[in-house]
Design a binder for this molecule. Sequence first.
Ligand code: THU
Length: 124
Amino acid sequence: MQNLIRAARSAQKHAHAPYSEFPVGAALLTSTGKIFTGCNVENASFGLTICAERVAVTKAVSEGYRKFRAIAVVAPHKTLTPCGACRQFLAEFGDIEIICADSRRPGNPRNFRLSQLLPEAFGL
Ligand code: THU
């Protein structure tokens, strides 16, 4: 999955994170092998910030893709795991693999299933 991490690192460069100075990149792999990327997009009204994972998912869904295999997420200094809101957002589309890597040392990722990170996800 190094190619997915590479795509996430590339998207991280586009992060708009002037307030946190914490750029995040994500790359979502569809069941057809297509990759959609995302970065965090912050706003002066802080609560409007959108996480990298949700940008990638909304890009994919808006182009007709709903079946996903995995998402890679990269952040500086640490192997970030997706925030609670993003876990629930991802759960809408199934129990995918989540690959978390430090963008500066991407060779040693942590891998999870979404159901490990969000057991008993809310559903209607
Ligand atoms: N952030 C993400 O993009 N994804 C996450 O899963 C957690 C946090 C972003 C939001 C904000 O722009 C910055 O990281 C600091 O919280």
